[in-house]
Design a binder for this molecule. Structure first.
Ligand code: AHR
Length: 361
């Protein structure tokens, strides 16, 4: 498919390639094709994709960026303009604005937060550029602003973790009222924070758990550690830490150990239990060691899915408007074989050395 936008974008890319290649992150639309392959930007059969990434906050995010980079190569027929917003929503909106000016063929947006997108996405629509939203969601007043979304079911992820915790307590005769839970929250207003934390509040209401308080971990190890220090200071008798992602859990583990707490699942004997999300390799090795009790997967491999969606759109085929990927739930053992959410049963996968060896991120 040939578009006038594409020819303009190709010319712009050729002019910009030598200037932009090698620029630091967040300093411009960096073409991720190599200098040699940037010649291919002259090929007006190649599709130009503007990709607005969140940042580099976590293991998950790095795996996600790799997945996009591997899917949208020059060899596969793409010019990828990769913008890293470094977790700043204003920077991310400016990236999208830039993609409009550059006349890209598609915008792939992984939004930092859900709100504030209406005005800029209206401009994108007026420019006739399809928008694929991936990973997190946007909350817009008109869903024709988004061509398709592929990502995770955040509420379901949280519900799986809560059902696992409830099953664990039931099996070990731990009274629900003895749970004293703190929540290290991801970036406030992001879909994973909204969904996973809503599930926790629902679980606490349903089972009668005590919610002590929250602190902001921004999905990073450093902030996770700070948040954990803060929570230990405010709630010294906490016994469950619900981390909104693995990197926060890594930081929480450091802080708990430094504070002399024992991490594990023996709540009756004063151990502190950690629940986490992502199931990155490091997170899963902590599960195997017994430092994370339950880790619910968040799948970062969106590159091939988005490429498939774009391929279908290019062929004029109808695409699914919303696609939530399937994700697993991991624990150290299979003493809890499965959890049930909304009448659907999900097996709990025990973490083995083989599983860790195969984990790619
Ligand atoms: O949007 C995906 C979430 O954000 C992942 O849980 C987390 O690690 C990431 O930073």
């Amino acid at each position: 498919m040939k578009r006038t936008r594409k020819a303009a974008a190709a010319a712009l890319l050729i002019a910009a390639a030598s200037f932009l290649y090698g620029c630091g992150k967040g300093q411009g639309s960096t073409s991720k094709n190599s200098p040699e392959t940037s010649e291919k930007t002259a090929d007006d059969t190649a599709l130009t994709i503007g990709f607005a990434q969140v940042g580099e906050e976590s293991d998950w995010r790095r795996a996600n960026s790799e997945s996009i980079l591997n899917a949208f190569t020059a060899e596969n027929g793409y010019n990828l303009l990769f913008e890293d917003a470094q977790n700043d929503p204003d920077v991310q909106m400016a990236s999208v604005q830039k993609f409009i000016q550059e006349g890209v063929d598609y915008i792939v947006l992984e939004p930092i937060i859900e709100t504030g997108w209406d005005p800029i996405l209206k401009e994108v629509k007026e420019a006739g550029i399809p928008v694929i939203v991936a990973d997190r969601n946007v909350a817009v007043s008109d869903d024709s602003l988004v061509t398709a979304w592929v990502g995770s079911d955040w509420l379901l992820e949280g519900a799986k973790a809560c059902e696992w915790l409830n099953e664990y307590c039931r099996k070990h005769d731990i009274p629900p009222t003895s749970l004293k839970i703190v929540n290290i929250q991801g970036t406030i207003g992001s879909s994973p924070q909204i969904g996973r934390d809503a599930a926790l509040r629902m679980g606490a209401g349903k089972y009668g758990w005590k919610m002590l308080g929250t602190s902001k971990g921004e999905f990073t190890q450093a902030k996770g550690r700070e948040a954990m220090d803060d929570l230990i200071g405010r709630f010294p008798d906490l016994n469950v830490v619900y981390c909104d992602n693995d990197n926060e859990a890594y930081g929480a583990i450091e802080a708990l150990e430094e504070a002399g707490k024992t991490i594990g699942t023996d709540l009756e004997n004063g151990e502190v239990m950690l629940i986490s999300f992502d199931a990155a390799r490091q997170g899963l090795s902590y599960v195997k060691e017994g430092k994370i009790a339950c880790d619910v997967e968040c799948n970062p491999d969106h590159g091939p899915r988005i490429r498939e969606l774009i391929g279908k759109l290019e062929r004029g085929e109808t695409v699914e408007k919303e696609q939530a990927v399937s994700e697993q739930i991991f624990a150290r053992t299979d003493e809890i074989e499965s959890v049930t959410v909304s009448d659907q049963e999900y097996p709990v996968v025990p973490v083995t050395d083989e599983l860790l060896a195969e984990r790619t991120y």
